[in-house]
Design a binder for this molecule. Structure first.
Ligand SMILES: [Zn+2]
Ligand SMILES: [Zn+2]
Length: 321
């Protein structure tokens, strides 16, 4: 297809990573687009996710310069002619990309998309092109590269939201919040009265706390080493908190629920916590792990262990407002 008529080149400002460990430096880049299936979004806010930080530290020369960021929120400025879901002026929250045509996408499981890795970590569009090509910089990180003044998104990775809600608060919905909440609601299907321990009450853990509260879990035990985070966990719905620096975590949990909890969410990535999870889970309970290290091989029989990717969330469903 000939896109040349619609394609414009515009200057954008973006934080570019050019060497391992950073820094991210604001530069002017050239961006082409939008294509017919894309909308041009002016970014108002972006969260910073752990995945962005680990990309900064694991960057290699072969990766080339990159624009990271994947918890963007902004305002639609322009739409390609095939875009129906949003119009200029609409507020949108951005999320990960998926192909929409594979069997998994078609059956409502875009986090299992056959092209998930390629589309989210390949630094190109679904058709293989890269809007930042002219500047020699990789874009489209998780369908966004939101550390930027402007990005291009498709209907599959943006969700229209109410203009009454502040975009700066909504931005982390696109990854961290949907990961924590989606794990509780979509993956584990936590039910009323079931017990849950959440290791690490950062953004992902706190989203899980709130979701656990919404579904009526009890008790909801938050564990962290930062008193300020534990205080916030209590405000957001945790029924008990444990400071892992002051208290033996396993003993602390068993004091609250003698035979262990139905679920553990391990969001800290701390290997001690990985080992502890199976110890405090009831028989036939489930541990959900969020780290890239995978499901540990020492999980004993009788416990289910699952690896979390975006909490199995379909953004258009989870963000409904
Ligand atoms: Zn797919
Ligand atoms: Zn993320």
């Amino acid at each position: 297809m000939d896109h040349s008529k619609n394609m414009t080149i515009r200057e954008i400002r973006a934080a570019v990573l050019r060497k391992q460990d950073g820094p991210l430096k604001i530069e002017t880049l050239l961006m082409e687009g939008p294509q017919d299936s894309e909308a041009l979004i002016r970014i108002v806010a972006s969260g910073v996710c752990h995945t962005d930080i680990s990309m900064v530290h694991h960057w290699e020369t072969a990766d080339g310069p990159l624009v990271l960021g994947h918890e963007g929120a902004g305002i639609v400025e322009l739409t390609g002619k095939k875009v129906k879901a949003v119009r200029p002026g609409d507020h949108v929250v951005l999320s990960y990309q998926s192909c929409g045509t594979c069997r998994q996408c078609k059956s409502g499981r875009p986090t299992k998309c056959r092209r998930f890795y390629d589309l989210n970590f390949g630094f190109h569009r679904p058709d293989g092109s890269n809007a930042l090509e002219q500047s020699g910089v990789g874009g489209h990180f998780l369908g966004q590269s939101s550390f930027s003044s402007h990005i291009l998104a498709t209907e599959r990775n943006m969700v229209k939201v109410s203009k009454k809600l502040p975009l700066s608060i909504l931005a982390p919905l696109g990854c961290g919040m949907q990961t924590g909440a989606g794990t509780v609601m979509n993956m584990l299907h936590v039910r009323k009265g079931e017990s849950i321990a959440i290791f690490g009450t950062g953004a992902v853990g706190l989203a899980a706390v709130m979701a656990a509260r919404v579904v009526g879990a009890y008790p909801i035990i938050g564990m962290d080493i930062a008193p300020s985070r534990l205080k916030l966990a209590l405000e957001l719905g945790a029924t008990h908190v444990i400071n892992g620096r002051k208290t033996d975590v396993a003993a602390g949990i068993k004091k609250i629920v003698a035979d262990g909890v139905n679920y553990v969410l391990e969001t800290t990535g701390n290997s001690q916590m990985l080992h502890l999870a199976p110890e405090v889970i009831k028989k036939r309970g489930t541990a959900a792990f969020f780290t890239g290290e995978g499901v540990p091989d020492f999980v004993p029989k009788g416990i289910k262990a699952v690896q979390v990717v975006e909490g199995d969330s379909v953004p258009q469903i989870l963000f409904r407002n």
